[in-house]
Design a protein around this ligand. Structure first.
Ligand code: CA
Length: 235
């Protein structure tokens, strides 16, 4: 099996070198970039399987890098490294397309587990041609990572698509946030993990799919239960 390729974009050398050592030890092929522009360049040329992206970078901020990476490749998994206690940064990063975030200072073991989990979930699904209809006006195409809403075409990230497919596969009931973290993000143990990542991904999906994201008709919140997708049909 090929080694998974990891790109680390981090300007602080102590953190960067520590991460390089750890991921080399765990069997990754690791490349690094020290600022935003070279991070984008390395992502283009190096075709990484996952990017660890620091938020505070010289040149281009992690936000801008995240947004451009996402535009370049909607399926590329991105985990942001953020400073502790910066809620707005975390939310903004997830809005711009990061799959998840880790706050500094982080546990290296935890980070390795998360990277491995996100990579496992990023393998293209066997049924790549899967299509999903929601209500009468939404068609989701898993093969192209797009949704047609009325006649408008919107791009989905891999994580958004997997969230929809998981909710559709269990549409007879509400799905708890922990269950989504386990099955869509691949985290074996969700104890102590925040579920905000799930909520922000759901909010993004609503903005993309729902006529009124504040009063969702299909991707609904079930009080005390999690999320449920209504009127969906897999094809
Ligand atoms: Ca930094």
């Amino acid at each position: 099996m090929n080694k998974p390729r990891l790109l680390i974009v981090e300007d602080e050398s102590a953190i960067r070198e520590g991460l390089v050592d750890v991921f080399l030890y765990h069997g990754f092929e690791v490349s690094t970039a020290l600022d935003g522009p070279s991070g984008l360049q390395s992502a283009r040329t190096g075709k990484p399987d996952l990017v660890l992206l620091d938020l505070m970078l010289p040149g281009l901020s992690g936000f801008e890098v995240c947004e451009r990476l996402r535009a370049q490749d909607p399926g590329l998994p991105i985990i942001m490294l953020t400073a502790r206690g910066t809620d707005e940064d975390i939310i903004q990063g997830l809005r711009l397309g990061a799959d998840d975030y880790v706050t500094k200072p982080f546990s290296v073991t935890e980070l390795v587990l998360r990277v491995q989990a996100v990579l496992r979930r990023s393998q293209p699904p066997g049924n790549a041609a899967q299509k999903l209809s929601i209500g009468t006006e939404i068609r989701v195409d898993a093969g192209t990572l797009t949704a047609e809403v009325n006649t408008e075409l919107v791009a989905l990230t891999r994580r958004e698509l997997d969230t929809l497919l998981y909710l559709a596969a269990h549409s007879s009931r509400a799905v708890a946030r922990d269950e989504l973290l386990q099955n869509v993000w691949g985290y074996a143990n969700t104890e102590g993990l925040e579920t905000r990542t799930v909520d922000i991904h759901v909010a993004k999906l609503r903005r993309k799919l729902e006529a009124d994201p504040k009063q969702p008709r299909y991707l609904v919140t079930v009080r005390g239960g999690g999320y449920r997708l209504l009127e969906c049909l897999s094809q």
